[in-house]
Design a protein around this ligand. Structure first.
Ligand SMILES: *[C@@H]1O[C@H](CO)[C@@H](O)[C@H](O)[C@H]1NC(C)=O
Ligand SMILES: *[C@@H]1O[C@H](CO)[C@@H](O)[C@H](O)[C@H]1NC(C)=O
Ligand SMILES: *[C@@H]1O[C@H](CO)[C@@H](O)[C@H](O)[C@H]1NC(C)=O
Length: 976
């Protein structure tokens, strides 16, 4: 989508520039004109100041006639140098090495001033290392074109540029060094200026920017993209800018209503871009004055609201309309009684990411020029109108994440220019056959996932008319046979047939095809077959929850994500781990859990330096943790639970300082919990050593793990006292979100792993996944711990679950236990605790599971609806305890009617709470990344290159997650 948009802009710009063509008498390479010696010397001095790594100015040498030099243009009569075209000639898309090498740098030698007739100076796309724009450029009186775009100038823009009274084109946009102007008064002297681009220049101090610009009536094109402007006067006494054709004020911080003076630019304005500001309120009907408008972008102004004014459909010249990520509500609206020009020119309509409801209007079928229809992520319902099938110009239909229902119209199969059809995550259904695709010969991306479609091919040897690059069919019924027509698709890079009810063995040809597909998702089917002899080559493969057999397949070095969990794969790990040890491996995520793997973890981990997530849980693996695992410097998550591992933790593991999740539960590990666990692995979020044979004391160093959310040491042979310093677990102390800590960037880029861990709470073991970050739990139960419960534990006010049961703890329950306000489950049973139950405990309003049984507690159970709501089982085995809900009355008490045991029905509301807290957290993380991308240009390029390769899968994933979240919230609010 991003790409499409820039194409639109370029097309528009080109058509505009071709109108305003130059006529400078530029004549390069004519042997008849001879440049003056003085100017030749000046050019040589100028060259001397420059650095030129690629030697692209090699022709600037010796006695050669300088009008023939590269980039030099002379007047074809006088021989004066009039033009210098020194912009980087290499395309900057992707910042290739050649592009970087071909940048000029160094200094701008004042000898340039000898070129008295210079009227064209282009230094764009070079790197002058942040030096200031030389103020003497203001002395080049004849200059009419100055382009310093991305030339690496920095600092303050010199006022002297205001002396260039002939200037028509001034392009200072897109600096990658910090560049600013505090006062733009000088601009108003440029009486001939037609084109001004100061994008990326920090103008936030130039509060009067608009008044200044308003003094340049000659202006045709004004681009102030990302200038940190926040001041946009709502009205302007007299609007001078009557010739303005292009106005780009996108990515600033205007937080006012759409200013009314804009609508006075009615005669000329063709292109208006106000994207990504904080504009508010409704779109005034006055927008209908802008009769010439062809391009309007109001997207990503989340406070623009109300209904979409139907006057928009009356703007007959409109070609491109972006209104995504606003807060539009209601129906898309009707064309009403408009002039009948609707649809003559509209090529792109983007109303995505709003809160639109109602049907996708039938009249859209009248938009005869429409190429891109983006209505995704709204709440539209009803069918996809079959009228869309008559817009033969359509290239993209994006309707994913709505509530559309009904079946797919066969008319859509007529769209012979359609390249993208994404209708995923709706409630569409019905049977889909070949005829739905009969003429879609240009289709490249097809996403119908998360609907209830059933694919029933009439002809099983169907050869589709298209060659797809992307096919998303998750949750559509494609089975039971493995779809044979996939074999004809030679350009696929993304394939999702997860949850597609395929119960078939993988055909041999598929693995050949698969080696060219970068992303393969076939999880949750009943796909069988041997995979021992397969070589997997895709970047990301998910075959989990199937019936695959045999030994592990081999991996090429570019595989980054491999998920084979929940299959029946047997044999050792070595086929994956120990092959081709000399190659650099890219594997980041390895999930082989819940298979039948056996044997030891070999010493082959040295080469897997990008491994971030390892899950080998629930297999039959045995032996010790090999010391070579200590070379996994990137490792964040290590899950080895439920195997037969034994021995101590190797000291080398302390080199894995990035570890955040360690789950070694249900094995036979023994020895002490090492001190280095707290000293070196300081970012740990979850430590689960449950059901092993660890012995010795809990090292006090463990309290250095200040980020710990989950500590589970239950069912071991630990002895000694509970360290008093537990209150250092500062994340258990506050309910703050730790979003940033979950390394969202990697999660997103590597198609994400979702952490999950088993937590015993309320007596039940549950697997916590996405809400994990909001769970705080300590379980030290079933050990031989003695001494008192440290009073400091009551500082852990965000702790949800505490289990200290089945130890030999003595003393009193800490008096201030009521301070643990978030506690939902508390189990202190089967210890030797004595004394009374603290009164403060009745403050634990979230408590839904309590077990104090089998201690020596005494006295009256404090009265509160909460404490009495638990059954007697929560208190039994304390001979001297009395009062409700126990049946024994306390001495001197009257008969007390015990409250009925309230059935514990808190599960739902807990989830609701977790989801509600997760919403903002996720959004923060999401914008965190995009914010950074916005600022850091090199990242941006890398990112967009990535996007280009993967087409915006990533964006879709994020949107999808957000959307699923929204859905869940809705459901819970309705249901709970
Ligand atoms: C010089 O350039 C002008 C403008 O491009 C052109 O019209 C004219 O014919 C040229 N004269 C010569 C002698 O080439
Ligand atoms: C300035 O140079 C850049 C990069 O070469 C180019 O994209 C831009 O169109 C130029 N500006 C003008 C006004 O010609
Ligand atoms: C309109 O432009 C003229 C010419 O530059 C200038 O003198 C005048 O002050 C401008 N008017 C306003 C209201 O800025």
């Amino acid at each position: 989508m991003i790409m499409d948009k820039s194409v639109e802009v370029v097309v528009l710009l080109l058509s505009f520039l071709s109108i305003a063509a130059f006529n400078f008498g530029f004549h390069s390479g004519d042997p008849k004109v001879v440049c003056t010696e003085r100017e030749r010397q000046a050019l040589l001095s100028f060259k001397k100041g420059l650095t030129d790594p690629s030697d692209r100015l090699s022709s600037w040498a010796g006695d050669e006639e300088c009008c023939t030099w590269k980039g030099v243009g002379c007047n074809n009569i006088t021989g004066n140098v009039v033009e210098l075209h020194l912009g980087n000639p290499i395309s900057y898309i992707g910042e290739s090495e050649a592009y970087v090498r071909s940048k000029l740098g160094g200094d701008i030698n004042p000898a340039l001033l000898e070129l008295k007739h210079l009227n064209y100076l282009d230094l764009s796309l070079n790197d002058f290392g942040g030096i200031a724009i030389p103020s003497f450029l203001g002395l080049l009186r004849d200059l009419s074109y100055l382009n310093l775009t991305e030339a690496g100038f920095g600092g303050r823009i010199p006022h002297q540029l205001g002396n260039l009274s002939s200037l028509r084109y001034l392009d200072l946009g897109m600096g990658y060094n910090y560049i600013y102007a505090d006062d733009l008064g000088w601009l108003s002297h440029l009486k001939s200026l037609e084109y001004l681009d100061m994008s990326y220049v920090d103008l936030h101090r130039a509060v009067d920017w608009l008044q200044v610009v308003n003094k340049i009536p000659s202006l045709l094109e004004l681009r102030l993209f990302y200038c940190q402007l926040d001041n946009i006067p709502p009205s302007l006494g007299y609007v001078n800018l009557t010739s303005l054709v292009v106005l780009d004020l996108s990515y600033n911080s205007f937080n006012y209503t759409i200013p009314s003076w804009l609508f006075n630019l009615s005669n000329s304005l063709i292109h208006l871009d106000l994207r990504a500001n904080s504009l508010q309120g409704q779109i005034p009907n006055a927008i209908g004055n802008l009769k010439s408008l062809q391009f309007l972008d109001l997207s990503s102004n989340v406070n623009i609201e109300g209904r979409i004014p139907s006057i928009l459909w009356n703007l007959c010249n409109m070609r491109v309309l972006y209104m995504s990520s606003n807060n539009f509500k209601g129906e898309i609206g009707s064309v009403g009684n408009v002039s009948g020009c609707i649809g003559k020119n509209l090529e792109l309509l983007d109303l995505s990411l709003n809160q639109l409801t109602g049907h996708v209007p039938n009249w859209l079928g009248q938009l005869r020029s429409l190429k891109h229809l983006h209505l995704h992520v709204n709440s539209l319902y009803g069918p996809i109108p079959s009228s869309l099938g008559s817009i033969l110009s359509l290239r993209q239909i994006l309707l994913f994440n709505n509530e559309l229902n009904g079946t797919l119209s066969k008319n859509l199969g007529q769209l012979s220019n359609l390249e993208v059809l994404d209708i995923g995550s709706n409630s569409l259904g019905g049977i889909v056959t070949e005829t739905h695709f009969s003429k879609l010969s240009k289709l490249k991306r097809l996403d119908m996932s998360s609907n209830s479609f059933v694919f029933k091919l009439v002809n099983s040897s169907w050869i589709p008319p298209f060659q797809l690059e992307y096919i998303g069919m998750g949750s559509c019924i494609m089975g039971p046979r493995f779809p044979p027509w996939i074999r004809t698709q030679k350009s696929l890079y993304f394939l999702d047939f997860s949850k597609a009810r395929i119960s078939d063995t993988v055909p041999i040809w598929f693995w050949n095809l698969a080696s060219r597909i970068s992303y393969i998702y076939l999880s949750d089917n009943q796909i069988g077959g041997e995979i021992s002899n397969i070589m997997l080559k895709s970047e990301s493969i998910d075959l989990s929850s199937n019936c695959l057999k045999g030994q592990l397949p081999r991996l090429s070095s570019n595989v980054a994500v491999l998920r084979l969990s929940k299959n029946s794969i047997s044999g050792p790990l070595s086929p994956i781990l120990c092959e081709k040890m000399d190659e650099e491996k890219n594997l980041t995520i390895l999930d082989l859990s819940e298979n039948l793997l056996s044997g030891e973890l070999s010493q082959c981990w040295m080469n897997w330096k990008f491994l971030t997530y390892i899950n080998l849980g629930s297999n039959n693996l045995s032996g010790k943790i090999p010391s070579s695992m200590g070379s996994l410097f990137s490792l964040r998550s290590l899950h080895l639970r439920n195997n037969n591992f034994f021995g101590g933790l190797p000291p080398s593991l302390q080199n894995c300082t990035n570890l955040e999740f360690i789950d070694l539960g249900e094995n036979k590990f023994s020895g002490n919990i090492p001190n280095w666990m707290g000293e070196r692995i300081t970012d740990l979020l979850a430590l689960r050593l449950q059901s092993n044979e660890f012995s010795g004391h809990i090292p006090p160093q463990i309290c250095h793990l200040t980020s710990l959310l989950i500590l589970d040491l239950a069912h071991n042979s630990l002895s000694g006292v509970i360290p008093r310093c537990l209150h250092n677990f500062s994340l258990m102390d506050t309910a703050q979100d730790i979003n940033g800590r979950f390394h969202l960037v990697e999660q997103i880029i590597f198609s994400s792993y979702e952490e999950s861990i088993l937590v015993v709470s309320k007596g039940i073991e549950s697997e916590y996944k996405s809400i994990l970050r909001f769970v705080r739990s300590i379980d030290l139960s079933s050990n031989n711990l003695y001494g008192i419960i440290p009073t400091e534990i009551s500082d852990l006010s965000a702790l949800n679950f505490l289990n200290l049961s089945r130890n030999q703890l003595e003393g009193k329950i800490p008096e201030k236990i009521g301070g643990m306000a978030a506690l939902e489950s508390l189990d202190l049973s089967r210890n030797d605790l004595f004394g009374e139950i603290p009164q403060s405990m009745s403050n634990l309003t979230f408590l839904s599971h309590l077990d104090l049984s089998h201690n020596n507690l005494s006295g009256t159970i404090p009265l509160s609806t909460q404490l009495q709501s638990f059954g007697a089982f929560s208190y039994i085995g304390n001979a001297k305890l009395c009062g409700a809900p126990l049946n024994n009355n306390c001495p001197g008490d009257e008969e007390f009617e015990g409250l009925d045991n309230v059935v514990n029905n808190e599960e739902e509301s807990e989830m609701t709470w977790f989801y509600i807290s997760m919403g903002p957290g996720f959004v923060v993380g999401f914008w965190g990344i995009f914010g950074v991308l916005l600022f850091k240009k090199t990242w941006r390029y890398a990112y967009f290159r990535f996007l280009e390769n993967k087409i915006d899968q990533l964006y879709v994933t994020v949107v999808l997650k957000l959307y699923c979240l929204k859905r869940k919230l809705k459901k819970n609010q309705v249901g709970g």
